[in-house]
Design a protein around this ligand. Structure first.
Ligand code: MLT
Length: 413
């Protein structure tokens, strides 16, 4: 009988969001009249922007003609029109030069941030902030880069860097060397954002120790202060030590459409057993060519339309809608005496659980008494205990109603 990958058995229970989905479905079944407001998983709720829909429709029609039909896409995933749009709008506009062969398109940053570890040795030591997007940890556990999970919720062999109220949820580099570092800014789940200075210290650390930073910028569209870095490549020296993931999911409502890209500069290298420097770009190109067949043409045309004047205006309004929702949540919960963080440059509010309850107790209380779904902080790592994440992805009415219900559920408790 085929032996399984034992590393999978080290993983804790199920993946966080399906587990929440199961609890919510059970509650809904038992309480069919409850009008549940879902502010759990960060899934967009607004329909696709008209410019995006039109580009998709027209590309689908083009595919139905002999001249316009396309089969497999380009080797690095992106058609020239999308590659050039990204280079111009996401990078050149902020003074960053990214070459066309440094961009790899895919069907999502979840996949890219989960898959990127494959090109590294199983013995590499990884560091994550805690709490953290579970994909970074789980995929490294699956690959054998950890020991067992302890009673404290930490996997042996992984370095966890606590993101706390004291450090503004943006930890500094550790004193010991690691090989791979996962950073996410704006941060999921804490809604914090990394300052230029903090990012500079990470780049300096990575260069000193020969480490690679996997920088997840999936929420960059939510940064409203132009002085804050949106890309790690705005930091000098980052091309030697970082790769970056960007997504159309939250910036343009593509969670169900699927389009993202990863930047792998030519300079960033790992080393082989004999010490030879090996460009990660080559390895990632090889991995993607073997395991992935590009993003559908209509999807890429839709992504290109995000950069058109209409597309920028329409998707900008969508992001502004979610940003205003975050303000409604922040102000409403703060005004009721809750300790809240994030939600300024991110679509997530990170709220201290009231009355000393743990984060799953708080989740249950919100669900049962307020009929509001959040995400328990402990699901993102041990340092998330005592917090609950509330997403701003919903209608204004639902967000305002959720605030009122949360306030009254806890006032009554
Ligand atoms: C989240 O809620 O953390 C995100 O929606 C998950 C994801 O983007 O995969």
């Amino acid at each position: 009988m085929a032996r399984i990958n034992e590393n999978y058995r080290k993983l804790q229970a199920g993946y966080l969001f399906p587990e929440i989905g199961r609890r919510v479905a059970a509650f809904q079944q038992a309480n069919p009249d409850a009008a549940i407001i879902k502010l759990g998983i960060g899934d967009v709720t607004l329909p696709l922007a008209p410019a995006v829909v039109e580009a998709m429709r027209s590309a689908a029609q083009e595919m139905g003609t002999a001249e316009g039909f396309r089969g497999y896409g380009p080797e690095r995933g992106g058609y020239d029109f999308l590659v050039e749009a990204v280079r111009e709008h996401d990078f050149a506009a902020r003074g960053v030069e990214i070459a066309a062969d440094e961009l790899f398109f895919s069907d999502g940053s979840k996949q890219d941030s989960g898959n990127f570890q494959e090109i590294f040795d199983a013995g590499c030591r990884i560091a994550v902030t805690d709490p953290v997007y579970p994909v970074y940890v789980d995929t490294n556990v699956m690959a054998g880069r950890s020991g067992e999970i302890g009673a404290d919720g930490y996997y042996d062999g992984i370095l966890y860097l606590p993101a706390t109220e004291e450090n503004g949820f943006t930890p500094d580099p550790p004193s010991s060397p690691v090989d791979l570092i996962y950073l996410c800014s704006p941060n999921n789940p804490t809604g914090s954002v990394t300052s230029r200075q903090n990012l500079e210290s990470w780049v300096a650390y990575a260069r000193e120790h020969g480490a690679v930073i996997v920088f997840d910028a999936a929420y960059d569209a939510f940064i409203s202060d132009p002085a804050l870095p949106r890309s790690i490549f705005e930091i000098e020296g980052a091309r030697e030590c970082a790769v970056e993931m960007r997504s159309f999911s939250k910036r343009a409502g593509f969670t169900g459409v699927r389009c993202a890209y990863t930047v792998v500069p030519q300079e960033v290298c790992g080393r082989s057993a004999d010490g030879t420097r090996v460009p990660l770009n080559e390895l990632w190109a090889r991995r993607q060519a073997t395991k992935f067949n590009s993003v559908p043409y209509p999807t890429q045309r839709a992504a290109e339309a995000v950069f058109s004047p209409d597309g920028r205006k329409q998707t900008g309004e969508q992001v502004a809608h979610y940003q205003e929702n975050a303000q409604v949540l922040r102000a409403g919960l703060k005004g009721a005496g809750f300790r809240v963080f994030g939600g300024v440059h991110a679509p997530y509010i990170w709220m201290r659980t009231p009355e000393g309850m743990n984060s799953w107790e708080c989740f249950d209380r919100l669900l049962c008494d307020a009929h509001v779904v959040g995400t328990p902080g402990a699901g993102f790592g041990p340092a998330g205990e005592g917090y609950i994440r509330i997403s701003a992805f919903n209608s204004r009415e639902n967000v305002a109603e959720a605030v009122a219900r949360i306030r009254s559920a806890f006032a009554a408790g």
